[in-house]
Design a protein around this ligand. Structure first.
Ligand code: FAD
Length: 407
């Protein structure tokens, strides 16, 4: 079996893994990324980047290239209930260097991170490489085995294995680390249509109608990603009504979009379902191994938090590992272990705040009772009319990382 040794082996080349790899390679360390997909051509995945995520990409020096290749700036968030706007927030009003969320296609994000990493000699990306096993030596993870693009088994040995392989993490399963998966009451059906005439660009639109809701997200170059909720596991029932059942659902929440939908969504094949759940992992690490990104903490899609936290995880862990990796022998293993424990301690409370905010929103979106729906409308109106309250809510979701500008 082909074997090689590196400082850090990253299992999963998504936003978390590639951000970590870029930061480590830049700091002069050896990092091998194993990514099962042959290419970065994903669709319907984490395109909404929060202002903090945009800020971090700028700090990493990759934002300009991403923007040159194509991204959309979001100017406003708008919530409408029963056809009337009950809350809107203008991102121009906030005093941060990067105050606007951005829609960045994941293929662009991942390619730019990988290309920037490849400028450093320590970076080694192996695509088509699926991790299948952990190498466990006396209770310490010493590396991984993977099936390479050539179909053959290979192994990588490293001072640290990082599981950044997403919401269905194989590394998490193999590690024996305990985790708790919570299924939410809804799934989301996603589809993509061209932006309809009369809809301004750059607006996040949320439409509520009783317990039903739709998310309308501008998507590069000039489309709209539409997500609408269905009861958990309810796709079969909806599909039984044919594509007309989907059109009827959209008529309820965004009637002005229905001509576009009828023209462009003529079968279920253009849709995809996101199974909504969260994962909490009490311990993110064991000796020789740490989980980051969705593998450590899967969030829901509310307010585009997943990619943002994945990037911050990668960046934070790299900063803590950098001095530890410079040590040698037993001291190195000790310092690496301290770094991963500090990593969880630093990041866990931030993730908890995002998760709580998301779960509150999830509950509000699925209110059915008339009184609860009326209370929700009132709440959004109060939020819409109070700059202070808006700032508080948006700071939790969007501005945890970057400093507020002095005015
Ligand atoms: C439909 C959908 C829409 C979403 N929309 C948004 C959004 O708009 N904004 C937002 O912030 N978040 C969104 N998310 C969540 C977001 O995509 C994730 O939070 C984010 O991508 C997590 O990054 P990650 O690097 O931890 O994991 P991932 O992006 O999942 O990356 C994991 C990588 O590991 C690879 N991998 C898996 N198993 C193995 C293996 N055994 N060996 C090697 N490689 C492996 C995968 O191929 C993948 O490339 C969405 C998610 C989905 C599914």
């Amino acid at each position: 079996m082909n074997s090689h040794t590196t400082d850090v082996c990253v299992a999963g080349g998504g936003p978390a893994g590639l951000c970590l790899a870029l930061c480590l390679a830049r700091a002069g360390h050896q990092v091998t990324v194993l990514e099962q997909s042959p290419r970065f051509d994903r669709t319907f995945r984490g395109e909404s980047m929060s202002p903090d995520g945009v800020w971090l990409l700028d700090q990493l020096g990759v934002l300009d290239t991403i923007v040159e290749r194509g991204a959309l700036k979001i100017e406003r968030l708008e919530i409408a209930e029963g056809g009337k706007v009950v809350m809107h927030s203008e991102f121009s009003e906030w005093d941060y260097a990067q105050r606007y969320p951005m829609e960045i296609p994941q293929p662009t994000l991942l390619s730019v991170l990988a290309e920037s990493s490849a400028e450093h000699s320590g970076f080694d990306l192996r695509t088509g490489a699926k991790v299948t096993e952990l190498i466990d030596e006396d209770g310490t993870v010493a590396g991984v085995r993977y099936r390479g693009a050539d179909g053959e088994p290979h192994e990588v040995r490293a001072a640290l294995v990082v599981g950044s392989d997403g919401r269905y993490s194989k590394i998490r399963d193999l590690s024996g680390l305990e985790f708790e998966k919570t299924m939410l009451d809804r799934d989301v059906v996603w589809l993509r249509v061209p932006r309809p005439e009369g809809w301004e660009r750059g607006i996040y639109r949320i439409r509520l109608s009783g317990s039903r809701h739709g998310l309308f997200i501008p998507t590069y170059p000039d489309d709209i990603r539409v997500g609408f909720n269905i009861p958990k596991g309810g796709l079969k029932e909806l599909r039984a009504g044919g594509i007309e059942a989907l059109h009827a659902r959209m008529d309820e929440i965004a009637p002005e979009l229905t001509p576009t939908l009828r023209q462009h969504v003529t079968s279920w094949s253009g849709t995809t379902v996101l199974d909504i759940f969260t994962v909490l992992t009490p311990r993110w690490s064991r000796p020789g191994l740490v989980l980051i990104g969705d593998a450590a903490h899967t969030l829901t899609p509310i307010l585009g938090q997943g990619v943002n936290h994945a990037l911050i995880d990668g960046h934070t862990l790299a900063g803590l590992l950098d001095p530890a990796l410079d040590a040698t022998g037993a001291r190195r293993a000790e310092l690496v272990q301290t770094a991963v424990l500090r990593f969880q301690a630093e990041r866990e409370s931030r993730i908890r705040i995002s998760r709580q905010l998301q779960l509150r929103q999830e509950r509000a979106f699925t209110f059915e009772h008339t009184l609860a729906v009326a209370a929700r409308s009132t709440l959004y109106r109060v939020l819409g009319s109070s700059r202070f309250l808006q700032k508080k809510m948006l700071a939790t979701a969007y501005f945890q990382l970057q400093p507020e500008l002095a005015t």
